[in-house]
Every structure is written in structure tokens, then in C-alpha cells.
Design a protein around this ligand. Sequence first.
Ligand code: NDP
Length: 246
Amino acid sequence: MQRIALVTGGMGGLGEAICIKLAALGDKVVTTYSPHNKTAQEWLRKMNDMGFGFKAYACDVSDFDSCKACVELITKDLGPIDVLVNNAGITRDMTFKKMTKADWDAVIHTNLDSTFNMTKQVMDGMTDRGWGRVINISSVNGTKGAFGQTNYAAAKAGMHGFTKSLSLEVAKKGVTVNTISPGYIGTKMVMAIPQEILDSKILPQIPQSRLGKPEEVAGLVAYLASEEAAFVTGANISINGGQHMF
Ligand code: NDP
């Protein structure tokens, strides 16, 4: 039977590659976009003109009730969710000295609370059916830390604790929960960094001397979502060109 895969933030750089990969493997792929996103329908039309058959729903992942309503609608329209990829995320980078409570809250709510908000909607169904995959997209900086990212690194590190704890609770129920920690991937989030900073500060940190490709992260998501990955749970898998090893 065709699986239903929900990828939050599927219209972003990494999310789009993940949606394409899962669709290519035969999943019915559903994504979410922020309620203020003005280009969502255009993206959806473009992708579906290419034959992907994606569905997209407005959802603010930082808001529990919005996630609840969104997943209820998806379940009513298409059926229960088998694979959840918690991918939506933002940055509000600045030193701790300059960081306001609003900058802290925005990043924690969007990157960490969202993981609870979405997973909460699907987990009982997954354990009841005895099969499910939850894949959380964290970051190398959740483990390594990064100057100007106290909010982001805290949120991304929080995903690891969430993953390890939840994976224990559902291990006997056929559900795996894993985290992927990408290094610098060439999406618009990273391409927004000025070229001179990329060349002088970022590429020298990466032994492979290049940014990762969204398709490389998507391939890892596809593996963790697969039947072959059934014994992988509670893991935090790095994909960073050798930038940071743990
Ligand atoms: P993008 O900025 O390209 O995409 C982010 C996505 O998140 C967008 O689709 C956006 O949707 C969505 N989003 C943001 N806020 C909300 C919200 N409140 N509700 C719903 N959706 C929201 O980023 P990337 O593709 O680069 O990053 C994807 C994930 O990978 C993030 O979690 C990021 O932290 C992580 N990551 C990325 C790395 C990189 O190098 N690019 C490295 C390590 C981790 P919309 O446009 O509709 O607002």
C-alpha cells in the first residue's frame, strides 16, 4: 500500500529535495507551508506539472493547534501519516548580547516546539498500526555549537534529546525516531550568507571543501524511512563533509 509521507517545510531548499526523493520512491507526499507564504500555490502547480502529485496544507508548525488542525485535515483527505519528516526551521542569528526574547522564542517555537507539535499528532496512530517513521532534521550546530546561534543550537540540540527519549518509548511498536544533522548544505538558508564569509570562514571548516547537496540529505531521509532502516532508531546521523565528528 502507498505510504503517506508528511514533510514540514517542503517548499524550502532541503524540504523540496526530500519531497521529490520520497515521491520518486512511491510515497504520497504531503507538505506544509506557512500561512503567510504567498508563493505556495505557484510552487505546488510547478511541482505537480512535473508529475509529483504533491499535496500541500497551510500550517504554522510553531503552533500546536495549527498542527492539530492540519494533520486532522490530511488524515481526513488522504489517510493516516506513515512517515513524518520534521524539517521546517528558521534562523535568527545574532550574538547572545543582541538576542531578544522574541528572537529566542521564534527559533525555539519553530525549530523545537514544532517537533513536539507535529509528532504528537501522528504518534498514537503509528504505534496503533505498528509501523511508523519520524525523522527530525537537526543541524551540525546542535552538537558543535556556533557563534551567534545560541537559540538555533539549543533548539537543534533539543531535537536529539527528544529523538532519543521518544525512540525508547516506541521501540517495541514498529516505530523508529531518528535525527539527521546536516552540515552546510547549499540551500537558500546558506546561500544567504555573503560569499566572502562562505569562502573565508565556512568552506575552510569542511574537509571536503564544498557545501552538501540537498539531494544528499534527501537520500539519507529516504534510507531512514525505508524498511531496511528498521533497526536504526534513536540515532543522530551526521552528514557534513567531515566538518564535525562525534
Ligand atoms: P529553507 O529556509 O529553505 O526552508 C525552511 C522551510 O521551513 C520553509 O519551507 C518554510 O516555509 C518552513 N517554515 C519556517 N517557519 C515555518 C512555520 N512557522 N510554519 C511552517 N513552516 C515553516 O531552509 P532549509 O531547507 O535550508 O532548511 C530545512 C531544515 O534543515 C531546517 O530545519 C534547517 O534548520 C535545517 N538545516 C539546514 C541546513 C542548511 O545548510 N541549509 C544545515 C543544517 C540544518 P515557508 O517558506 O512557507 O515559511
